[in-house]
Design a binder for this molecule. Structure first.
Ligand code: HC1
Length: 564
């Protein structure tokens, strides 16, 4: 242990931490802006300055290690005035349109400015004139709001290994964006939106479709239906300041009805359907010496990633469309026919935790299946526009058909869930017995980025793996290149899977993902049916319409092909 003095008070502690980590440990609150735990310690914003009395210097707490005998002042006049000056310098080159800024509620720059009581900026002058980038269907960049903190760069490089974002130029001319001053749509961006989740201001955000959806809902000639993804229901409550992990399924369904949707359906229905189709594909590939391992294909950022960085592995991707797109395809065929609607009348909306889903809905292979994708944040915004508190609403159920789901579909929303769902069904269909324990613990949890297991199914030792976060996806693919062999791998773009999607409510405190994850497993536990093949509506759909899993019609509607 070492000794350290903070504002004249002596502490004994471990040496392996930064000043900021130590201050947080002793619950001494100092402002930070560019720092993001586990992701970014650039020290570029100079807001977390403290005075190191040994050297007499002001140092950034976030990237200064503590040392034995260190004496620091966290809040003397020099520290305070310098923090304020640095904040004013940032504000001098920041577009201050807070009331109408999409990030208003979650803006860390606004919050710190408020906490520091800044009323006027002492450095009026030139502002950068970089253009907005609205080229992508998923994300938009507004460099006038960028404070060059570098969080987006770190998340793009280190967490996702996509390496699209970079700082170019020097000093006042520094511009963060896709390399070579490119636009997002013309870069290798996979649209995961983790940059938008990490951004402390409104410099990178989702591309909103709120007015498109209101437009459709207000058009009497349109029949507008909606599907909601598994992970939305366990995070939406945070937009209404409820505890993370508060499930709001029933209230969300009621809110969507109040907004005017003609039917409210569940993406979990097509998650169950995905298991039927993907399971059939896996069995066929195993029996017929097809390309193994089979890779899951429901996470669209992952699809973008493999297309750009590992096209040689595309043949391993399942041909199944994602549950979002399966739903869209069935809406435009089965639902249309059943309800005697014309294609021009029908508008299909999705609510997803994911910004890449906006891109997926616009992919040339599948365009027209889903018309508009809203993120969880956008849905929260629309409910607020109606002047209602989500939790004042009574709960109600999804519409039938395409509204029922099993616990297996619920767990799609978290890392390991697709694998577990597939095993629950695959194991039972091949052995005639329930997967031992039904809860497949080896696929669960957030502590490992890559999870591996072996499952004995009759004579076959099925080797499976799960990766979440694209750096882990890359690591697993590289391990395969070096000879590692598997039969089936689940890949999810975002750390934690969809619960951690780039369109989810913004959070900065510890433990939020864990609480969302727990809420997902609670939904699974409470379901009467917990295996996809037991979903009675899926059975009806096959009997009435599709025939059997992998049928010609199922292939036409529910499968696709990806190319680089
Ligand atoms: Fe997901 Fe999926 S689980 S991809 O993570 O397979 O976005 O929630 O909707 O499509 O079902 C996202 C979540 C989602 C699809 C399903």
């Amino acid at each position: 242990t070492i000794n350290i003095w903070v504002d004249e008070e002596k502490y004994e502690t471990r040496s392996d931490q930064t000043v900021l980590e130590f201050l947080r440990e002793i619950e001494r609150d100092i402002p930070t802006l560019c720092h993001l735990k586990g992701i970014s310690t650039t020290g570029s914003c100079r807001i977390c300055l403290v005075e190191d009395q040994g050297s007499g210097k002001l140092v950034a707490a976030c990237n200064t290690p503590i040392t034995d005998g260190m004496r620091i002042e966290t809040n003397n006049r020099r520290v305070r005035e310098t923090r304020i000056m640095n904040l004013e310098l940032l504000l001098s080159d920041h577009e201050v349109d807070c009331p109408s800024c999409i990030k208003n509620r979650d803006c860390e720059l606004r919050k710190i400015t408020e906490d520091m009581g800044i009323r006027e900026v002492s450095f009026p002058g030139k502002k950068n004139e970089f253009k907005k980038d609205t080229s992508s269907v998923s994300l938009k960049r507004d460099p006038a709001k960028c404070i060059n903190c570098g969080r987006c760069i770190n998340v793009c490089h280190d967490v996702q290994t996509v390496n699209v974002l970079e700082a170019e130029g020097r000093g006042f001319s520094t511009r963060i964006g896709p390399v070579f001053y490119n636009e997002l749509a013309n870069s290798a961006c996979v649209m995961c939106g983790q940059c938008a989740a990490a951004c402390p201001t409104g410099a990178i955000t989702e591309k909103e479709n709120i007015s498109d959806v209101w437009g459709a809902l207000n058009d009497p000639k349109k029949h507008v239906i909606v599907q909601t993804a598994p992970a939305v229901r366990v995070a939406l409550a945070e937009e209404f300041d409820r505890e993370p992990g508060t499930a709001a399924t029933g209230q969300m369904v009621t809110a969507l009805r109040k907004m005017g949707f003609n039917s409210v359906f569940d993406t979990q229905f097509t998650a169950d359907l995905t298991i039927m189709e993907e399971g059939t594909e896996l069995i066929n590939r195993i029996k017929n010496n097809g390309d193994l391992p089979l890779f899951t294909s429901c996470s669209p950022g992952w699809i973008n990633f493999i297309e750009t960085f590992y096209p040689e592995y595309l043949k391993h991707l399942s041909s199944c469309k994602s549950p979002q797109q399966m739903f869209g395809a069935l809406a435009n065929s089965y639902y249309l026919e059943k309800n005697d609607l014309s294609p021009e009348e029908l508008v299909v909306v999705s609510v997803m935790p994911c910004t890449a889903k906006k891109y997926e809905a616009n992919r040339p292979e599948m365009i027209g299946d889903v018309d508009y994708v809203l993120t969880t944040r956008e849905l929260g915004q629309m409910i607020k526009q109606m002047g209602i508190d989500l939790f004042d609403l009574p709960e109600s159920d999804y519409d039938k058909m395409m509204g029922s789901s099993t616990g297996a579909a619920a767990i799609f929303g978290t890392t390991g869930g697709v694998m577990e769902a597939a095993l629950r069904t695959g194991y039972e269909l091949l052995t005639g017995e329930e997967l031992p324990g039904i809860d497949f613990q080896e696929a669960r949890g957030l502590s490992s980025g890559i999870k591996e297991a072996e499952v004995e199914i009759n004579d076959l030792k099925l080797r499976v793996a799960v990766a979440h976060g694209l750096s882990n996806a890359r690591e697993l693919l590289e391990a395969m290149k070096s000879g590692k062999e598997y039969h089936f791998i689940e890949f999810m773009t975002c750390p934690g899977g969809c619960i951690g999607g780039g369109g989810q409510p913004i959070y900065r405190e510890d433990g939020v993902l864990e609480k969302r994850l727990e809420a997902i497993y609670n939904i699974d536990r409470e379901k009467e049916l917990r295996k996809s093949h037991e979903n009675p509506e899926v059975e009806i759909l096959y009997n009435e319409y599709l025939g059997e899993p992998g049928s010609k019609l199922a292939h036409k509607l529910l499968h696709t092909e990806y190319s680089s």
